[in-house]
Design a protein around this ligand. Structure first.
Ligand SMILES: NC(=O)c1ccc[n+]([C@@H]2O[C@H](COP(=O)([O-])OP(=O)(O)OC[C@H]3O[C@@H](n4cnc5c(N)ncnc54)[C@H](O)[C@@H]3O)[C@@H](O)[C@H]2O)c1
Length: 307
């Protein structure tokens, strides 16, 4: 199997390295517009293979010939946030970049599954769906796993327990309006509200919503990439191993949760066909209304897209 990663910046390079290290596929192709950069990074990663002990081949390119026949394509190309910027501030420039990238990707890999990473995520996933003309189960966005991982990591810190025992679900758009669902969070099967007072849960929800911004303001240059690349790799693993994981991903909604014609983070079953099912969990009035607010925000951004 082959995976291509378009955009060999922070998220792209780290994703390529993680996929190779786990030997999820036979070959990873890294593409970027900066001359020599994806070639240099992929060669450097390949030279780590004898020490790390993986056989996944890594190739770098400034073109798309090497990506031909990719099973999965991860798109991280485009601008990242700087301090003071919201994800939405990236919309116009990244729409241009993603339109061009998706045309080239689909020309060379008409059967590929696309995982969008570039922000604003829910809008760029829509651009990929429109430009590719693919069935919606083959186009998805990475956000929910990252947002959920942030939530789980903060709960682990608060309770001083292993992250492994914490399950959680974050729905909605990838932005300040995301909808963490503490009611569905558990620690080794114990509902989170039984273990933490409401004000502590509220503080964790708030920190999760601002999790990306917290990293941006600490880094000053660029945005998060360790946790984002881990989240993308988990999606690639579910697809390439056809493991039918239930993971929160940005999926094209056609009536689920009462929402239509937009990408939003929802629990999906991920396997070799891409999104094999969208799961609908019961939401109370407050959660449904928060999801609607998030959807309204994504919709207002979609109106700014000019394809
Ligand atoms: N969905 C998420 O949860 C999530 C998480 C982290 C980052 N992101 C987003 O992912 C994107 C990448 O982030 P990053 O930190 O890797 O940024 P980065 O600046 O380190 O890397 C982006 C790369 O894209 C390349 N690029 C630009 N135009 C291109 C084109 N037309 N073709 C190929 N490559 C091109 C650039 O040369 C650069 O190397 C940003 O939009 C960021 O906001 C999303």
């Amino acid at each position: 199997m082959k995976v291509s990663v378009i955009g060999a910046g922070h998220v792209g390079e780290m994703t390529a390295m993680r996929i190779a290290n786990k030997e999820l596929v036979d070959e990873v192709v890294l593409v970027d517009i900066i001359e020599g950069m994806p070639q240099g990074k992929s060669l450097d990663m390949w030279e780590s293979a004898p020490v790390e002990g993986f056989d996944t081949k890594l190739t770098g390119s400034n073109g798309y010939e090497e990506t031909a026949g990719s099973d999965v394509t991860i798109i991280t190309a485009g601008l990242a946030r700087k301090p003071g910027m919201s994800r939405d501030d990236l919309l116009a420039k990244n729409t241009e970049i993603i339109t061009d990238v998706v045309r080239k990707v689909t020309d060379h890999s008409p059967e590929t599954i696309i995982i969008m990473v570039t922000n604003p995520l829910d809008v760029m996933a829509y651009v990929a769906l429109e430009v590719s003309g693919f069935e919606s189960h083959r186009v998805m966005g990475m956000a929910g796993i990252l947002d959920t991982a942030r939530f789980r990591s903060f709960v682990a810190l608060e309770l001083d327990v292993s992250v492994r025992d914490i399950q959680a679900m974050v729905l909605g758009g990838h932005g300040d309006t995301m909808v963490p669902l503490p009611r569905y969070a558990t620690v080794a099967g114990i509902p989170l509200p039984d273990l933490l007072p409401q004000d502590t849960i509220d503080a964790i929800v708030k920190r999760t919503r601002g999790g990306g911004g917290e990293i941006v303001s600490l880094l000053k240059e660029g945005s998060a990439y360790y946790a984002p690349s881990a989240a993308v790799t988990e999606m690639v693993e579910a697809i390439t191993r056809d493991s039918k994981r239930i993971l929160p991903c940005a999926a094209w909604l056609t009536g689920e949760y009462g929402l239509n014609d937009l990408f939003m983070g929802v629990p999906v079953k991920l396997g070799s066909r891409g999104i094999e099912e969208i799961l609908e969990v019961e939401l109370n009035d407050q959660e449904q209304s928060a999801l609607q607010t998030s959807a309204d925000h994504v919709k207002s951004n979609l109106e700014k897209v000019d394809l």
